[in-house]
Design a protein around this ligand. Structure first.
Ligand code: GDP
Length: 434
């Protein structure tokens, strides 16, 4: 079996899109296993930039089949926009399968998302406002409406929607002082979605297992990052799903033996969107330098929301945690080029909590809030590295930085990204291809 999981090892936005795209060239199938349109993967393919939110980016390769697995929640209006973008670019969509078990995001989920954030005031999570949390809430409460329900006879679909709306409208009207959502409008939307999506709805589980049994290479494309995991992330500032390797198993319906490699994508520094603890966050001039001005597409502003991201030095404690949490077998380090020109670079090797040195991620949220990073400083480099294609092309200081990360994480760095384009990549000796 040749299943490869690609997991964001930090708080998301690590550059998973580029790494998935790179490996997709060698894969037969790419599977999204969780999350929804809160993901935003920017991919440069043959000189064009594509932004993916829900469809696996591997679809850009004509030989790759793309699967949206049962762990996802999907907004069909957004999905349609993405399909239209791909059609305009001449991409053949017949290779896309949407699992019937995917849960639907209705407009009332978006309304609930925003209203709940407003109501939460200071305790707002800083969600993308795309209805993902409320859709997963409905799923867990077992009143969600799934993609396969669109294919039901209309009276049955109506009953399911009525049931879901009873709860949504109670919340909207009585708690959030908003207008109720009309059943007819939602039914009309569902009819449109049925018409558009029916050709793509399929048995994702069977498709993935068939590919694995045939020895094909299947990539499991992560969204968000491990530190946003509902169970193991920095709760409550997390996403509503499992962007960890556990999410691959649950969200695609495969066993652990399906995975031969688990690649953690890690940015050469740290970023975070929205609220929540971030021990290595920096402010001021250094933050502006790491974030960029916004002039480049890769500067640290959200793909989905446009919000400036919080930035800081690489958090080695969190990285070690991520390695354990996901059984990472290797790392893909991205955006190394962004550090060029800094006199020195820092990495947090431990935290200090109430005068005590901590080598591991604290179990208590309150502890993490008070953790101060213990940094080790390494020399920076000034040479432009965006043209480097082999490790030997990098200045010694950049190589030392990578070696430092490997030792800290305890797993090899097999891929190094030095720019947004696919070819701006160094495949290290340990890299085994897909
Ligand atoms: P994802 O959600 O994990 O795929 O990350 P995003 O797409 O939000 O952010 C990654 C951004 O950085 C995109 O604009 C990529 O094109 C860009 N990018 C990826 N790798 C590199 C790199 O090594 N260097 C630079 N400068 N940009 C990169």
């Amino acid at each position: 079996m040749a299943g490869i999981a690609i997991i964001g090892a930090q708080w998301g936005d690590e550059g998973k899109g580029k790494i998935t795209h790179l490996l997709s060239g060698l894969a037969d199938m790419v599977v999204r296993f969780g999350g929804g349109p809160n993901a935003g993967h920017t991919v440069m393919h043959r000189g064009k930039t594509f932004k993916f939110h829900q469809i696996p980016s591997g679809i850009l390769y004509p030989h790759v089949r793309a699967v949206m697995g049962n762990g996802m929640v999907v907004d069909p209006d957004e999905l349609w926009r993405e399909m239209e973008m791909l059609r305009r670019a001449g991409v053949e969509l017949r290779r896309l399968t949407v699992s019937g078990n995917v849960h639907l995001i209705f407009p009332y989920h978006r309304l609930l998302d925003r209203s709940i954030e407003d109501l939460s005031g200071e305790r707002a999570i800083g969600t993308t406002g795309r209805g993902i949390g409320p859709a997963y809430t409905d799923k867990a409460a077992r009143r969600g409406v799934r993609v396969q329900d669109l294919l039901l006879p209309e009276p049955e679909l109506t009953q399911r929607l009525q049931h879901a709306l009873r709860f949504a409208n109670t919340l909207l009207v009585h708690l959030l002082k908003s207008e109720p959502v009309a059943l007819d409008a939602m039914l009309e939307r569902a009819r449109l979605w049925r018409e558009r999506l029916a050709p793509f709805i399929g048995d994702a589980f069977a498709a993935v297992h068939r590919a694995l049994q045939e020895g094909q290479t299947v990539l499991f494309e992560g969204a968000q990052g491990a530190l946003l995991d509902l169970d193991h992330g920095t709760y409550p500032f997390v996403t509503s799903s499992h962007p960890t390797v556990g999410g691959v198993l649950a969200g695609a319906g495969v066993g652990p033996d399906a995975l031969s490699r688990v690649i953690g994508v890690v940015k050469a520094f740290q970023t975070r969107v929205g609220s929540g603890p971030m021990p290595t966050e920096v402010r001021g001039e250094l933050a502006e330098r790491l974030r960029g001005s916004g002039a480049n597409p890769w500067d640290e502003f959200g793909t989905t929301t446009g919000r400036p991201r919080r930035v800081g030095w690489l958090d080695g404690v969190a990285l070690r945690y991520s390695v354990q949490l996901n059984g990472l077998t290797e790392l893909a380090v991205t955006k190394l080029d962004v550090l060029t020109g800094l006199e020195r670079v820092a990495v947090a090797v431990a935290y200090e909590l109430d005068g005590v040195r901590l080598e591991t991620f604290p179990a208590q949220q309150a502890g993490l809030d008070r953790c101060r990073p213990v940094y080790e400083y390494l020399p920076g480099w000034n040479e432009d590295i965006t043209g480097a294609r082999r490790l030997e092309d990098l200045p010694a200081a950049a190589r030392d930085y990578l070696r430092f990360i490997e030792e800290l994480a305890g797993v090899p760095v097999t891929i190094v990204s030095v720019g947004p384009a696919t070819e701006q990549t160094i495949l290290c000796a340990e890299y085994q291809g897909a």
